[in-house]
Every structure is written in C-alpha cells, then in structure tokens.
Ligand binder design. Structure first.
Ligand SMILES: [Zn+2]
Length: 256
C-alpha cells in the first residue's frame, strides 16, 4: 500500500471536486484490498453508478468511497436525506470507505471501512433544506454521524499515516459480521446497547452499570416502559453473537 496520491491521473480536470474524486478513486483502485474477503484488489464500476463505486470480483461485495481533504471528522456530508434513509430501510447500502487525505502532502492519511449492516437511521442527520435562492431550492442533504457507529463497525485501515495489518482488518471485518441484524428496528437496539457497553471503560462490568443508561434510553424510547428487561435481552443478544460473556451474578466480560 502506497499512501501517495498519483497526481498524474488528475491532469486535465479543472474542477477541484472532480480532480479529488479521480485522485482518490484511483488510489483505492491501485492500493485497496477487499476488507471482507482479503482479495488483493477492488474493481471500479465503469459508469457513474448511483449506489456504489467499487466491488470485489471474488466475494461480490460493493463499496462506496467518501473522501475528504483533511481529517475525516465526526460527521461526513452525504447525498439526499430521503435517498439515504430509503437505502438503509431497503438494506441496499454498500459498505462505506471513509478517507481523509491531504492535498498539501498529496497522500492518504486515514481510511476506515464501515460495513453496511452498521447503517441505521439513527446515524443519519438531516441537513437544513437549501434556501429558496439556491439552484436546487428545498433539496435536503444528510450527514453520516460516524461517532454514533459503535467502534466495532469503524474498522481502521490507515490511522494518521500508519497502515494496519491487512489480516487484522479482514479479521475485524469478518468478526463485525456477528453484529449483522436484518431487521432495522432491532438493529437500533443492539447498537444502542453496544454503545453503552463500549462506554464502560472496564473489561468486566455489571448489570448495575448497564442500568445507569436506563434514563438515557428512556428518553430515546419514550414508549418503551420496560427498559431494564430490554437491556437484559439485548445483553443476551450480544452474548449469543460472541461480543460479551456472562461471568455470572449479573457480571459480564467483553470479548470483542
Ligand atoms: Zn471480497
């Protein structure tokens, strides 16, 4: 993996956004392996497909690239809000690659992969509609809130110029598949409870520590009057999926 962007491919492009797109897509095409199966390369979709930019010819998985000059940040602007929500609800999202590059050093500094099953309406923020004077007046875009995705779903490929071991990336991506939930509503709960588990700094934790999140969860789910049983149920789901173990006596241990 060579972190440098090949500037020669952007010759002839005058628009900054177009040349950035060509530079970053060319980098992925020449450097990126498939984080799902470890295949050495990703293929580029020829035409400007609305859904995905890359695919793996071995496992068939698709990827969309979101790149940004500078750090990736906590939120990443994306396209139309309604389109994103319907893509999530119909489970037609690809995996996302989020890239932060530097135009001053012409290199890729950060890259993470978020598998598609981590997408949920909770992580999509509606932007204000464009004003009446805008060319696309009323158009409403969205932001992807990366910091709302559990850490297990943000798999680092490059961190501040340091390249992660490829096998480690593939292993983490495969393991994250334990968290795949087809039903979108159930997906919200499992990720909420996982975020609570992640917020506890100790590796071994108690049910009492989890109950400390009851109030915050009640605010998010005001119609649910059985938050504590829901917490216990979702901890069982996390146990069944191999993320935590039951130690006994209302004590749990993190595995992943
Ligand atoms: Zn693959």
């Amino acid at each position: 993996m060579d972190l440098k962007l090949d500037t020669s491919v952007a010759d002839g492009y005058h628009s900054g956004s177009q040349s950035a797109r060509v530079l970053t897509e060319n980098w992925v095409y020449n450097n990126m392996f498939c984080p799902r199966c470890g295949n050495a390369r990703l293929e580029h979709f020829e035409n400007n497909r609305p859904v995905a930019d890359f695919y793996c010819s071995v496992c068939g998985n698709q990827f969309e690239l979101k790149s940004k000059n500078g750090v990736i940040g906590k939120k990443v602007p994306d396209g139309a809000y309604d389109t994103m929500i319907s893509r999530i609800n119909s489970d037609s999202n690809p995996d996302f690659l989020f890239m932060g590059y530097s135009l001053s050093s012409m290199s890729v500094n950060n890259l993470i992969v978020v598998p598609k099953y981590f997408f949920h309406p909770d992580i999509i923020e509606k932007r204000p509609p464009l004003s009446d004077t805008a060319r696309r007046a009323g158009w409403t875009g969205c932001n992807i809130l990366l910091d709302k995705i559990p850490i297990q779903g943000r798999i680092r490929i490059i961190s501040d110029g340091i390249i992660s071991d490829k096998d480690e990336v593939v292993n983490k991506t495969v393991l994250s598949g334990n968290l795949e939930v087809k039903n979108i509503a159930s997906r919200g709960w499992i990720f909420d409870i996982l975020r609570c588990v992640n917020a506890i700094s100790e590796n071994v934790f108690t049910l009492e520590q989890m109950y400390a999140f009851e109030e915050a969860l009640s605010r998010k789910y005001p119609d649910n009057h059985n938050i504590r049983p829901k917490i216990r149920q979702q901890l069982q789901v996390l146990r069944d999926r191999g993320l935590i173990e039951f130690v006994g006596n209302g004590t749990y241990r993190k595995v992943m």
